[in-house]
Design a protein around this ligand. Structure first.
Ligand code: GLU
Length: 489
């Protein structure tokens, strides 16, 4: 058997991070077994379809590295992969169920349904057309009365849903109503589209949110009515909001105790300065554990150990603070060119004109200080903006570098910088290093270099002095040194 899993979002807006999480597990399971992963667009609730939502979702999935073997854009043997393009198929199979006595046409009007709901009828429908005589049905149809097709749910007995995560879940059939399968506009509900599509797309494992568990007995019965083999279900737990109350949802924007906002939309993660590898690592660790107390792993390493059956059924929160830690770890592993490239858009968004060579000089020093890419902004501000000059002769001196010594050291540094050839880290570290040793009382470079860095960048935290100076360029260094020298005259 080839494992085939799928992600089946409805294009009703943005992609929720919890959906990425469930897509990731479906994808990982297919990868683990050398199978296929499909993307299917569930757009039969046409009123809720949002233009551009599908493209946005696909972009997000791609960013997370979740790729699909079959889908609306890449096609495949079992397409189309957009449900509104499959409507004839659903109609055909809904009719098949009617013909074989598993479903029926229901002509209840919206008013009748409203009355039933208001009267508190169980499930909102009293099955009034379930056993309606065939000739009467024909009559109503001939009159052009609109109807839906409803499933004839067994009234007694139990349905067992075998779930990979939860084991056997037993439902009383009497608790499930005769759900609508085909709407009066000819489009299916999820309850019909799921069995039909997952059967014809040869899906072997259905990973989906636990909110579908209550209607799973209906789906199981529909599969049985068709005589089709059931897929294996894995109903994933709910991701809770940081308060622990209710689902993590955009509507009641979630905050952590620290007041920090929890990102809910997948595309927010894409633009917040995280690496997809880090977010995948983070998500794979939610509800599933890699084992051996290891928290940082590649998704390939996780795939090699992954099983849907090992997912915990317990609702949980996203351990959000771990994400920053992980992302910091991944940043440290980036090479300088990659990191400079990744930082560029964040710096440009500040309105800064980025010089790649200059950036490459300072990125290494920044790595241990970064959790997300925007952390580079305060660190690098001096490169792009002239900071207010608030230094004094005292603030730029040191007990190993008294005022007179400092004065000479800054003056000599100025002269050296003006003529250094080439103006690079090696040259200036030699020249300025000598000046530092010459003028500090303890003949060490530290006291002078610390003060020089402070004077040049105007920041308490910035990259090392030589790299910072070369990145600033000779002219800006000289202007800054002029200001420093003025303090000592
Ligand atoms: N369109 C459904 C949803 O977004 C899919 C559920 C499923 O994966 O079967 O909830």
């Amino acid at each position: 058997m080839t494992v085939r899993t799928r992600f089946a979002p409805s294009p009703t807006g943005y992609l929720h991070i919890g959906s990425v999480w469930s897509a990731l597990f479906g994808w990982m399971y297919a990868q683990r077994h050398g199978g296929q992963f499909l993307l299917r667009v569930e757009d039969t609730d046409t009123k809720r379809t949002v233009e551009g939502a599908m493209e946005n979702m696909m972009d997000s999935l791609r960013w997370f590295g979740i790729s699909w073997d079959e889908g609306p854009d890449v096609g495949g043997e079992y397409g189309p992969y957009i449900q509104t393009e499959r409507r004839e198929l659903y109609q055909k199979w809904a009719n098949w169920l009617v013909e074989h006595g598993h479903a029926y046409k229901c002509f209840a009007t919206p008013e009748e349904l409203k009355e039933m709901r208001e009267a508190g009828v169980e499930g909102g429908y009293d099955r009034r057309y379930r056993d309606y005589p065939a000739d009467k049905v024909a009559e109503l149809e001939a009159q052009g009365k609109p109807f839906v097709i409803r499933y004839k749910m067994p009234l007694e007995g139990e349905t067992v849903v075998e779930d990979m995560i939860r084991g056997e879940v037993v439902f009383k059939n009497s608790q499930t109503t005769d759900f609508v399968l085909l709407k009066s506009n000819g489009l299916p509900t999820y309850h019909l589209a799921h069995p039909v599509d997952d059967h014809f797309m040869k899906i072997t494992h259905v990973t989906r949110g636990v909110e579908w568990l209550n209607t799973a007995p209906l789906h199981v019965n529909i599969f049985k009515s068709f005589g089709w083999e059931l897929p294996q279900y894995a109903h994933l737990p709910v991701i809770l909001s940081p308060s622990g109350k209710g689902k993590l949802s955009k509507r009641d924007q979630a905050f952590m105790d620290s007041g920090e906002t929890v990102l809910v939309r997948a595309d927010e993660y894409m633009h917040a300065g995280y690496l997809p590898e880090a977010v995948d690592n983070f998500l794979a660790n939610v509800g599933w554990t890699f084992g051996d107390d290891i928290e940082k792993f590649t998704i390939e390493e996780a795939i090699a150990r992954f099983d849907l059956a090992d997912i915990s059924p317990t609702p949980m929160k996203l351990p959000y603070s771990k994400l920053d830690w992980l992302n910091g770890q991944y940043i440290q592993e980036m090479n300088n060119v990659e990191l400079a490239k990744a930082l560029r858009p964040y710096l440009e968004a500040e309105g800064w004109e980025v010089n790649t060579d200059a950036l490459l000089l300072v990125v290494e020093a920044m790595k241990p200080r970064m959790k997300t890419f925007p952390d580079a902004i305060p660190f690098l501000r001096f490169l792009f903006e002239e900071s207010e000059f608030t230094e004094t002769a005292e603030s730029l001196s040191h007990k190993q570098l008294p005022i007179e010594n400092a004065k000479a050291a800054y003056q000599e540094t100025h002269d050296f910088v003006a003529n250094a050839q080439p103006f690079d880290v090696a040259t200036i570290s030699n020249g300025i290093g000598e000046i530092a040793v010459k003028h500090t009382l303890n003949a060490k470079v530290g006291p002078f270099l610390g003060k020089l860095r402070q004077g040049m960048t105007g920041q308490s935290v910035s990259p090392p002095v030589y790299e910072s100076m070369v990145a600033m360029g000779r002219e800006r260094c000289l202007t800054r040194l002029d200001k420093i020298i003025t303090l000592f005259t």
